[in-house]
Unconditional design. Sequence first.
Length: 261
Amino acid sequence: MTAPSLPAGWPTDRPLAIAVNVMLEGWTDDSAPGIGPMGNPLRAGVLDLQARSWAEYGPKTGAWRLLDLFVTLQVRAVWYVSGIVAERYPDLMRAITAQGHAVAAHGWAQNILPAYQSAAEEEADLPRCTPSPRTSAFLAASGYRWHADIFDADLPYMLPTASGPIVAMPFTMEVNDMPLYVRYGSEPSAFSRIFERIVSNWSAIGAPPGCLDLTVHAHVFGRPYGLVELRQAIEAARNNTSAWLTDHERLAQLWIVRPSG
């Protein structure tokens, strides 16, 4: 496989770009996360107040803990924020932007999925994952320059749409607290252990250029046990000669300014 050419701004001796992401999620008043800490899904039509309380840890406590950690480590992240959280917690949003982090749309609420919406509903909403066939074109038409609902590549690329091109940003799931810890029940240390195993063996698989995400949810790994593992992973990235720390916004910008052809 021929190695792809990389845009200016990508360190020539660092093939692995590590992006730090925080998912800051919220639900409408009549909804709750489908997965809670007790693992007892309630029957349809019953509001799971325990799961809602668990999720509220994100904007109330976890996000602030993450901000403190990022100050200590001097790390910039992209915060993927549900619109309903931004409306309810304006002081938190100001703190995130004051630290220099980027804020990306993550839907109005997590119980609203573009794949289920009509064209009119989606066009009036905020973008998030689980897209419809219309999503990329809607985003390009609305002035968005990149989106991270892409799973078919190791590197960003320009995605043509009926409304013009948009940067398709790979969103990797290998190091993500939601599948590892919540969905599959792995111990918290699996997060940093899997990350360290990937980056330490990158040269052994030929050191291909690629992107790898460190993704945490503020209501999951914004808790002390998660902060320990996130810090461990970030420090491992800094100490690895194949890797460099960046974020989705800065990666997308490399492709936006890249000459065509």
